[in-house]
Design a binder for this molecule. Structure first.
Ligand SMILES: Cc1cc2nc3c(=O)[nH]c(=O)nc-3n(C[C@H](O)[C@H](O)[C@H](O)COP(=O)(O)OP(=O)(O)OC[C@H]3O[C@@H](n4cnc5c(N)ncnc54)[C@H](O)[C@@H]3O)c2cc1C
Length: 294
């Protein structure tokens, strides 16, 4: 039987953490900032459910925090908080939409504790950083005591709140190529009015254009409306090769909304979500093109 409160272990190395997690696979849970884990434990406790037997605090493992850049690649340690990312000059220059996404998370208290690693590995369809990381073609590094594997951010997820990480694997860092100065980007979020609302819908966009204004690269990822985080390539293709005008942007935004319906099926919320996703995508595309529309 699980104890009323989980035990708390604080490994000093990745090898120690990985070994413990592998040994106690079903019974142990990593804790980073705890802003998801503690809420979930309390909720489960109230519902009479079982706690994991162990919480494994990874904050003392070296090399897990901070933002750095090398030869055009930006790396962010898994323990880096939303606040640190939102303020980082490296991110504001090379991935400004990620800074916007992190700045939009929760409240100052949540941003000061919540980490990018926790946001990813909680695998909520409403996690704010994931859409931004997807359009930056981010790769994540998962390590255990046996080695390391790097995968695309969109390959981390196998279902809502489910990841492809194996017992013993720790997310160490995420990395992506810094956006060129010719790239425009935007993260737009539609939350509830309350300050602590988690995003109902969001959209992240990166667009690169040539000297003639023609789109050479487009990446569009809606947030909180697909069962699993993903880019919508059919909408991206509608922009590539064009000098974007109202018709092209409208068509791409409509395609994102249609793709949501194709992937989720028609639900009670579709009447509200379809036009909302279309509107938020349109706004994000125009903002990435340097035009502010409401
Ligand atoms: C009031 C409130 C408001 C919030 N608002 C938002 C919001 O606006 N947008 C949003 O996206 N989220 C929001 N959140 C959710 C939460 O704050 C974020 O998801 C945060 O980034 C989680 O990070 P953490 O470090 O606290 O994760 P934790 O709670 O410590 O962990 C979350 C999950 O990730 C796993 N994990 C953590 N780190 C690693 C790692 N390095 N390797 C492997 N697994 C790991 C844990 O085992 C756990 O399953 C909110 C939460 C609260 C309580």
């Amino acid at each position: 039987m699980s104890p009323r409160k989980p035990g708390y272990v604080v490994p000093e190395t990745l090898a120690e953490a990985s070994e413990f997690l592998r040994e106690h696979a079903e019974d142990a849970r990593i804790i980073a900032g705890g802003t998801d884990v503690l809420v979930q434990l309390r909720r489960r406790g109230r519902a009479g459910g079982e706690h994991p037997r162990w919480l494994v605090d990874i904050s003392r493992i070296p090399g897990l925090a901070g933002v750095s850049t090398d030869s055009g690649t930006i790396s962010i340690g898994a323990m880096t908080t939303h606040e640190e990312i939102a303020r980082s000059p490296i991110i504001r220059k090379g991935g400004p939409l990620l800074a916007e996404a992190c700045a939009s998370v929760g409240s100052p208290q949540i941003r000061a504790r919540g980490t990018i690693g926790g946001n990813i590995m909680n695998a909520s369809p409403a996690a704010d950083t994931i859409a931004a990381l997807a359009v930056l073609s981010t790769r994540v590094r998962l390590s255990d005591r046996m080695g390391t594997r790097d995968i695309l951010i969109t390959d981390v997820f196998v279902g809502p709140y489910k990841t492809s990480a194996q017992p013993g694997e720790v997310l160490m860092e995420v990395y992506f190529d810094a956006l060129a100065p010719t790239c425009g980007s935007a993260f737009v979020k539609l939350g509830r009015r309350e300050a602590l609302a988690i995003a109902r819908l969001s959209c992240a966009v990166v667009i690169e254009r040539d000297d003639a204004g023609r789109v050479t690269r487009a990446a569009i990822a809606p947030g909180a409306c697909l069962p699993m985080p993903a880019r919508v390539e059919s909408a991206e293709e509608m922009l590539v090769g064009k000098v974007p005008d109202e018709a092209a942007v409208d068509a791409a935004a409509r395609e994102v909304a249609e793709e949501m319906v194709r992937r989720t099926g028609v639900r009670w919320s579709t009447d509200y979500k379809r036009p909302a996703v279309e509107a938020i995508t349109r706004r994000a595309i125009w903002r990435a093109l340097g035009v502010n529309v409401e």
